[in-house]
Design a binder for this molecule. Structure first.
Ligand SMILES: [Zn+2]
Ligand SMILES: [Zn+2]
Length: 171
């Protein structure tokens, strides 16, 4: 009786540990983000062409038309600049050096900070882990669908201006 019980228990335990050993915990980069970039540029360029070659010439004439076309070019330019600021700019990844820089004597996670098991670093308050970027982001706001980058401490200014100019250009 005892022997049979032991035999029945062992395979289950092995199965479980095997399952977790084989399981891939690394976050996968999702392709939907590239769709977001394509969607953003497709919409922006088509709206720009539509307004410059169709809407503005039909509504305005003379100098008004010229002014509105220049405004459209200007807002497209500003939107592009700020999009690039988000896309190429520094997001604010949390690394191992950050906690050492602020707490050189600390041997454990500093008070108020939290340990991220995925990155294996101590992350400061208001930073969150992003599964798309596979990193902890300082003051993470969200992962932007249109630029495939995290909006955090360093590039939030670009994001705000980008929203402002994009709305303005769509007027
Ligand atoms: Zn993390
Ligand atoms: Zn992200």
């Amino acid at each position: 009786m005892e022997v049979r019980e032991r035999k029945a228990q062992t395979p289950l335990k092995e199965k479980l540990s095997d399952h977790y050993r084989k399981r891939d915990f690394t976050p996968k980069k999702k392709d939907v983000s590239k769709l977001g970039i394509a969607f953003f540029w497709g919409m922006t360029i088509s709206l720009f062409l539509e307004s410059v070659f169709y809407l503005i010439p039909h509504i305005y004439s003379g100098w008004n038309m010229v002014i509105f076309i220049l405004l459209a070019i200007f807002t497209l330019f500003l939107t592009t600049i700020n999009w690039m600021g988000m896309f190429f700019g520094s997001t604010g990844f949390v690394d191992k050096e950050l906690s050492k820089k602020h707490f050189p004597q600390a041997t454990e996670t500093p008070r108020g900070w939290k340990y991220c098991p995925t990155c294996q670093v101590d992350a400061p308050p208001r930073s969150f882990h992003c599964t798309h970027c596979n990193a902890c982001i300082l003051k993470r706001d969200h992962h932007c669908f249109f630029s495939d980058s995290c909006i955090g401490f360093y590039n939030q200014r670009f994001f705000i201006l980008y929203i402002v100019y994009m709305n303005w250009s769509h007027l």
